[in-house]
Design a protein around this ligand. Structure first.
Ligand code: DPP
Ligand code: ZN
Length: 893
């Protein structure tokens, strides 16, 4: 397999201002006729061949300027078609066939249910027609769709509908034109029978625009929230960033079979139905929030991704990191909307906690494993493998740091500058940073982003060591920050080791007095509770005067940089922070760190065969959090949740998944049992607020806390717990409560009542695929579920590997989120089998599963050896897709 390197970028020698496509749509074989109007760039050599990409296509004919080419007048090899045009401006006409019904990869044109969909990012357009399939070739598209009218009553593509008419023999035709030049990865078409929910809005400048959400007809009742979310996203982007919708019509279509979450095709977003469909009965609070976030994300791409796009795929984080940052802020603003200031701060902190938790679960392990890469990768074999937590989530953190350094107004000015410079073009991450830097340099004369830019080229999670000195006589507190970043991923293989110069780390700091009161800090001429330290060297110190006593530092407030902080807190200091820190994020963090210490001690005890012991002082911290009436329910639910197994796993060395699962279960059991009466009180308080369901932050927070309390009651074997869970399950008026009851039963008791409830759930919901996914997931992740049980579930009539959501709900959930069941020799072999089986169907999905045990080399010997064997099992199969092969090869290096 070839490795593609970032520095090998070459501009495409031709412009392609206009593209005309005609589709004769048919599931078995679709005929595509393309007319491509090329112009050689003035600085390009005249004898360069025209190189086009194509994959899984049957070539019918090719012509230049109306002259059909004989087979000896072009070169067709592998995935490349070479033509030899003789003039500087010419029209290429290509007719080809593709086979949607046979396309199980869900890239290019494919069948889902009775409809046809496309997915072109990153390199799917080449499965539709021969084309310069790269993001820096931008064209205006005119698209003619023809299909059988009864089978495909609706024919959609990007832009505006110019005309539609009936043809003979039951077919019809629609012509679409997209006025905005775009790269081919943003092309889309949809054909099928759909229900539509729509709304007309007026944009800021007074233009009318039509927002539409399409779903299969039986799901029409479930698209209200998606449409409302879309309208809110449009409004928010106008208000927060001054960015207005540039289309007359913006469409979202839900697809049951979809590889990703959703896709931002210009004016015609195609979504995984999981991120569109919701109602109170079938969707949880978390789904409602996720729909709002993904609708927002794809909508925000309309500017950050579509109006300004990526020059090449190494720049993916240019649009993804930025757009994730934007969707995170959108969600936070929606959660905080209409709340008084203190509550709004807490609501935003809840969102920040959730985002940082995601980063730690998904990105920190990636940054510490064989696939570690900078947010702007240096090389790849398969770009599909680089839609990663690093590019997305760490990418968003890197944007957030720029926001922190520039401030809200400065960041907005930087974004305006970015659009001023680059609207309508395909650019690089450097271009973005340069626009931001232009504002930063104005704000901070003499400073620049030279050091900051290194975030784009270094992999690995930096560690920041904190030292605090206090001089009683002077009343002076001195903070010293030192940074260090180990070689990560391929950096480890480099001899001599790659130099990793210091990064620019904005480090937010506060100091608390011994009573937990916030101390005011003098910094850069101002007095503040929180100061932002600009760490740009390997080590730097800052002194603060007027500090009356030795303080407790509150570090990396609001998680101001994606780093790991090291500071030798005492338990007493963490307890103080967990109870009093005025920064809600840092307060949560202190409680989590205390829990982490307990968990690590339990892991060590379990490994040594000693009886597990929990510190009563720690139980008291949880007790105090339980009784703290000043906390919002949503915040309280986060504060009382133990660190995720995967976060704990990363902290064990060597990594010991079984001990981790047992330690966490043990601690939950102890907290459940010892604080039983408080959990019961909380449970009842939350349950006692009947009202009509709405997924707002307050209600959702209460349900989250209630369900958390229920799980602790079950874990602590409270005598009333099973009945509460059963009643909650059978009497629930919404899916959040229903799932809360059912998961409490299934995760904590292996009783006939639990089995019966599971059976009842399936009976009730078998018609709703998204709910059936929940049913599979719940069983896949239950601690008592074995490989045999998963194999049995795979024989269930509702199971199929071909639908990505279904495969994820059972196979991925088991392999990735069931530590007890999956981390066994049988579990690893099962995983290997499923990677190979999936690879024959859908390489993108298979490659994601292939990453389940990325960090195998750091596991305890028995697991490590068993995973290595499983990896070798996968490697011994051929052919493997380029996707899976890249993952496995890197894992075994
Ligand atoms: N559709 C994916 C996303 O929005 C890839 N662009 O992140
Ligand atoms: Zn995106």
């Amino acid at each position: 397999p070839t490795t593609i390197s970032r520095l090998d970028y070459q501009p495409y020698p031709y412009l392609l201002p206009n593209v005309e496509l005609e589709f004769d749509l048919d599931a078995a074989a679709t005929k595509v006729s393309a007319r491509l109007h090329f112009q050689r760039k003035p600085d390009a050599a005249a004898d360069l061949p025209l190189v086009l990409d194509g994959s899984e296509l049957e070539l019918v004919s090719v012509a230049i300027d109306g002259q059909a080419l004989r087979a000896d007048q072009y070169e067709l090899s592998g995935e490349t078609l070479r033509l030899f045009p003789r003039s500087a401006a010419f029209v290429v006409e290509i007719t080809s066939l593709c086979k949607p019904a046979e396309n199980s990869s869900l890239m290019g044109l494919y069948v889902s249910g009775a409809s046809l969909f496309t997915q072109c990012e990153a390199e799917g357009f080449r499965r539709i027609t021969w084309f310069p399939d790269r993001p820096d070739v931008m064209s205006r598209y005119r698209v003619t769709l023809r299909a059988d009218k009864s089978r495909y009553p609706l024919l959609l593509s990007n832009g505006n509908l110019l005309q539609s008419r009936d043809l003979d023999d039951g077919r019809h035709e629609a012509v679409w034109e997209d006025p905005h030049p775009k790269p081919c990865y943003l092309f889309a078409l949809v054909a099928g029978g759909f229900a539509c929910r729509e709304q007309t809005i007026r944009t800021r400048s007074g233009r009318e625009a039509l927002l539409q959400v399409y779903s299969d007809p039986e799901s029409r009742d479930k698209t209200e929230w998606a449409l409302e979310s879309l309208a809110r996203a449009v409004r928010w982007d106008e208000q927060r960033f001054g960015l207005e919708l540039d289309l007359d019509r913006f469409m979202v279509v839900a697809a049951r079979d979809f590889n990703m979450g959703a896709m931002e095709n210009k004016g015609l977003n195609i979504f995984n139905s999981a991120y569109v469909l919701a109602d109170a009965e079938s969707a949880t609070d978390a789904s409602f929030r996720a729909i709002e976030a993904v609708i927002g994300h794809e909508y925000f791409h309309n500017w950050t991704g579509n109006r300004v796009t990526c020059r090449d795929w190494f720049q993916l984080s240019l649009k993804e990191g930025l757009t994730v940052f934007r969707d995170q802020e959108f969600s936070a603003d929606m959660l905080a909307a209409d709340l008084p200031e203190a509550e709004a701060r807490s609501a935003r902190a809840v969102k920040r906690i959730d985002d940082v938790t995601t980063l730690r679960i998904a990105q920190f392990p990636e940054d510490a494993g064989p696939m570690a890469h900078p947010i702007r990768p240096e090389s790849y074999q398969e770009i599909g493998n680089f839609y990663t937590a690093t590019v997305y989530e760490k990418g968003a953190e890197v944007i957030r740091m720029q926001h922190t350094l520039l401030g809200e107004a400065g960041f907005r000015a930087g974004l305006e500058e970015y659009f001023r410079r680059h609207d309508g073009s395909a650019v690089t991450c450097d271009d973005f940073v340069a626009a931001m830097e232009s504002v930063y340099a104005r704000q901070h004369p003499g400073k620049n982003f030279e050091v900051f830019r290194r975030w784009y080229s270094q992999a690995g999670t930096p560690r920041v060591q904190v030292k605090m000195d206090y001089d009683q006589a002077l009343g002076r507190c001195t903070i010293t920050l030192s940074q260090h970043c180990e070689p990560a991923g391929i950096e480890k293989l480099q001899v001599p080791p790659a130099a990793k110069p210091p990064l620019h780390i904005p480090f937010a700091l506060g100091l608390l007095g011994r009573e937990g009161q916030a101390l005011s800090l003098q910094h850069e001429g101002q007095a503040r509770d929180t100061v932002l330290l600009d760490l740009t060297a390997a080590s730097q110190s800052w002194s603060f005067d007027g500090i009356p006593e030795r303080p407790v530092p509150s570090l990396l407030r609001n998680f101001s940089a994606p780093v790991i902080v090291e500071y030798p807190y005492s338990d007493a200091e963490l307890t103080l922070l967990a109870g009093h820190d005025t920064d809600p994020f840092a307060r949560w963090e202190a409680g989590q760190e205390l829990a982490m210490r307990q968990l690590l001690a339990l892991v060590a005890a379990i490994q040594a065969g000693q009886p597990p012991r929990v510190d009563p002082g720690f139980v008291q911290v949880w007790h105090a959090l339980l009784d703290d009436k000043t906390l919002s329910p949503a915040y309280q639910a986060r504060a009382l949740t133990l660190p995720a197994e995967k976060i704990l796993l990363e902290r064990t060395s060597p990594m010991d998944p079984q001990a981790v699962a047992h330690a966490r279960a043990e601690l939950r059991g102890v907290l459940g049992a010892e604080l039983g009466s408080s959990w019961l009180r909380i449970y009842q308080e939350c349950a006692d607020e009947p009202q009509e369901y709405h997924p707002d932050a307050l209600q959702a927070g209460r349900r989250a806390l209630q369900n958390l309390a229920l799980s602790y009651l079950m874990a602590g074997a409270h005598p009333q717990a099973p009945k509460l869970a059963l009643d909650q399950y059978y009497e629930a008026a919404n899916m959040t409560d229903r799932m809360g009851g059912l998961s409490a039963l299934v995760n904590f008791s292996d009783t006939p009542a639990a089995t019966q409830a599971l059976g009842h759930f399936y009976e009730q919901w078998q018609q709703d695929p998204l709910v059936v996914d929940r049913w599979f997931t719940l069983q896949a992740t239950a601690p008592t579920t074995s490989v045999e049980a998963v194999r049995a579930l795979m024989l269930h009539p509702a199971f199929t590997l071909r639908n990505p959501n279904r495969a994820r709900s059972l196979i991925f959930q088991f392999c990735m989120n069931n530590l007890q069941g999956a981390h066994t020799p049988e579990g690893y072999q099962f995983w290997a089998e499923q990677v190979v089986a999936l690879d024959r169907i859908n390489p993108e999905i298979a490659a994601r599963l292939a990453r389940a045990f990325d960090n195998w080399a750091r596991y305890v010997p028995a697991n490590r050896d068993a995973i290595r064997q499983a990896l070798e099992t996968i490697q011994s199969h051929s052919p493997l897709s380029r996707n899976v092969s890249e993952i496995i090869t890197k894992a075994l290096k």
